[in-house]
Write a protein that binds this ligand. Sequence first.
Ligand code: C2O
Ligand code: CU
Ligand code: CU
Length: 499
Amino acid sequence: MQPLSRRSALFLGGAGAVASVTGAAGLLWGQGTGAVFQAAGGQDLSEPQALHSADGHLQVKLSAAQGRVRVAGRDASVFSYNGSLPGPTLFLKAGDRVNVALENRLEGPTNLHVHGLHVSPEGNSDNVLVSVDPGTSFDYEYRLPAHHPPGVYWYHPHRHGSVADQIFGGLYGAIIVQDPQPVPVSRERVLVISDISLDGGGSIAAVSAMEKMMGREGSLILVNGQLNPELAARPGDRERWRIINACTARYLKLRLDGQFLQLLGVDSGRYQEPRYVEEVLLAPGNRADLLVTAAEGAAVLRTLPVDRGSIGSMMGGNNGGGQPPPGPDGTVLATLAVAGAPAAAVGPVPAQPAPRDLRTVAVTAHRELVFAMGMNSGAQGMGMGGGAGSGMMSFTINGRPFDPARVDTTVPVGAVEEWTLRNTSPMDHPVHLHVWPMQILEQAGRPVDTPVWQDVVNVQARSSVRVRVAFDDFTGKTVYHCHILDHEDNGMMGLIEAR
Ligand code: C2O
Ligand code: CU
Ligand code: CU
């Protein structure tokens, strides 16, 4: 066997977790996804189409369909919005009105969720109980309040029972709510990281019941639909990367060695000051707003292995992940080449207002949500999603699988509540609440001493997290759920009503 060139070594890394375990020969010839390896990495990063609001308004049409799309450098038959993967990026401002005409050209029902936006969950706003049948359209309208926090958000389907399949198949796009006061940078980029598995014919690969219980992880990790794209910068450039973890179940632990990284924030809102970081951990659904100050040389954006637990002990010793773990160096996602004349310095990052801190606010109620997985003998526990876990494992919150006809939690508008999110299972669950972000007070037994706000909060296996939530501004029904979307589809979701 020929020794691998640096390019092919990087490329193999980019092709997925199997590379570091099976070695090149097994990878090239042994996998069902073989055709993908004709596709070289190393193309320039492409960015989704950018749509900007103007005069307080944006009108968008999103057409969800299955069809031929360029994925990982080859022709594939996947799902997409408007024929591109990811869909267009929506650039918004606080106070905007956004109209989205969603057209469903898929074979099954779908709908649309604007993940993280603080907008009404009722009517034709961010209402996840809407179902849009094949061959029909639905007109959404979102009104962002004037005080809406800046940040990185995203949109994706939320039709219970097919969320994992539709996102895994390619339905997602970025939403950026711009800062009132711009951060001076040399360049802004949007990096939507997703995973997918394609079969030899370029179609979305089938996913086993076991993979669904674990939470499926695709064999390809894509950045804006590409494998190991290249980014170019000059020494001293300060770039702003908006990174979205749109993977169905995969956690990302991102590194970019040799470069200076500062986090402006995670999910919505901003840290008061940028935070120097070496790694960024993003559970499924989380987003990072990252400043990269470029230093000469080539740097590899990689994701390192994350231990998110296992159902092996529950399933008789077989760790049902379906895939071997990546090696200690992880998987290559993209390559940054920094060369040329040094860039002119850009101005300082403007100070941000102090984030709200609910630790000093009177709490109106305490609640506990228990996230559990159990062996399941019959239909109980399947929820209306049915399918994957049937007769094998249940996914519940406070003992019950999701039922769209049952309100699990009622909160008065304006309440400030403290929630304990308790995970009794041997796997991590990234817990997401719609509409209202959560301030993390304590995670895995450690108090958080600065205000940290997120809308997806990881609750490690057999551990708990304490958060506070201010149920401001909106009435209506919405949901909280595990953002391992196979778990959500299998029932790990609850309905909350603010009134
Ligand atoms: Cu990203 Cu309920 O969703
Ligand atoms: Cu959401
Ligand atoms: Cu989960």
